[in-house]
Design a protein around this ligand. Structure first.
Ligand SMILES: [Zn+2]
Length: 346
């Protein structure tokens, strides 16, 4: 099959387009003809071998976790799926055996593997994964739209619905609106919850796009101070929930404007992972700080339902052919996009 693979870590040049053997499935797995694959920041880190993401190169490694496509083969013990079904994959594969998995808290499984990172993924004509990670998609949802969902919307469900329990009467502050997860968080908080959304970004183009996809207020942090604007918009109260996928740079500006009983959620640290905390303020204001990594496996079915009902619409910035994956990685490195970058595999 055609695939984009790598034999070592490095810059975009290590991504090679060529032929590799098709994956073979076990009895509890499903083989998928990939139609679209979302690109995530994790792909860039995995390609570069940074942020603790090292691949065990025992053959060509194929990146890509957010796969949408057609079922082409099913293992002996797989039920409820049929050949030709349109599906999307949750790339976080849990062990199903540890205490967390057995008590319904699979988002905390520490023996998980990621499609495209620890095992071969979807920059290819075919991939395979465990049956429990495959979800049917409605006819109204395109392959591209489906591939834009898992890695960015599952954390939104986990953070806003399960952990922060964001309410429609509350205000949420969202870091870096233009990234895949930032634009997803705006959509989710605004349309799935009905909250007031303040988003931050770096220029006027991105600010306008943030408003287009649902932000009530946008802060251009190159021209305004995040804290001042949040206090102005919330009439001195601060943000009830803060969605941080950026880390140190955002933390320093956002934590001072967390409201009383505010919940500060962290799901990424791209700008740095160390922070100073005023512990006194935390307890005096009854605040909470928490982290999430993706979500429960089945959270993706809730996301598919919301998209199928038209509540939220995936934000796609650009699409690329499989053989042009290097261009897609370059575009993500430049940070001049708004929403998701998607690979098409016709
Ligand atoms: Zn587990």
């Amino acid at each position: 099959m055609k695939a984009v693979f790598m034999l070592e870590h490095g810059n975009v040049d290590v991504l090679q387009y060529g032929n590799v053997p098709e994956p073979e499935i076990d009895e509890d797995e499903i083989k998928i003809r990939v139609k679209a694959c979302g690109i995530n920041r994790l792909d860039i880190f995995t390609r570069a071998g940074k942020r603790g993401v090292k691949v065990n190169f025992d053959g060509p490694h194929i990146l890509g976790g957010d796969v949408a496509g057609d079922v082409v083969e099913i293992g002996k013990s797989v039920e409820n799926f049929k050949i030709g079904q349109r599906v999307v994959v949750n790339p976080r594969l849990v062990c199903s055996k540890c205490k967390d998995c057995l008590t319904g808290n699979d988002e905390s499984c520490m023996r998980y593997r990621m499609l495209g990172t620890s095992i071969n993924g979807g920059y290819a004509e075919y991939t395979k994964t465990h049956k429990n990670n495959v979800f049917e998609i409605p006819d109204s949802l395109s392959y591209e739209g489906a591939a834009a969902l898992p890695t960015v919307y599952v954390p939104c469900w986990n953070m806003f619905k399960r952990r922060a329990q964001l309410k429609s009467s509350e205000t949420v502050l969202i870091a870096s609106a233009s990234s895949g997860v930032g634009s997803a968080a705006i959509q989710f908080a605004k349309f799935a919850v009905g909250a007031t959304v303040i988003a931050t970004t770096s220029n006027e183009f991105k600010a306008q796009r943030a408003k287009d996809v649902g932000a009530d207020f946008v802060i251009n942090y190159n021209e305004e101070t995040i804290a001042n604007k949040v206090m102005e918009v919330t009439e001195g109260r601060g943000a009830d929930v803060i969605f941080d996928h950026v880390g140190t740079d955002f933390w320093n500006q956002a934590i001072p404007v967390l409201a009383p009983r505010g919940r500060y959620g962290i799901c990424g640290v791209t700008s740095g992972y160390k922070a100073d905390l005023q512990m006194g303020t935390l307890f005096m204001r009854n605040q909470s700080i928490f982290g999430i990594h993706m979500g429960k496996r089945n959270d993706l079915s809730e996301i598919i339902r919301l998209v199928g009902d038209g509540v939220i619409k995936p934000v796609i910035h650009n699409t690329f052919d499989l053989e042009s994956v290097q261009l897609a990685h370059d575009e993500m490195d430049k940070n001049e996009f708004f929403g998701k970058l998607i690979i098409n595999v016709p």
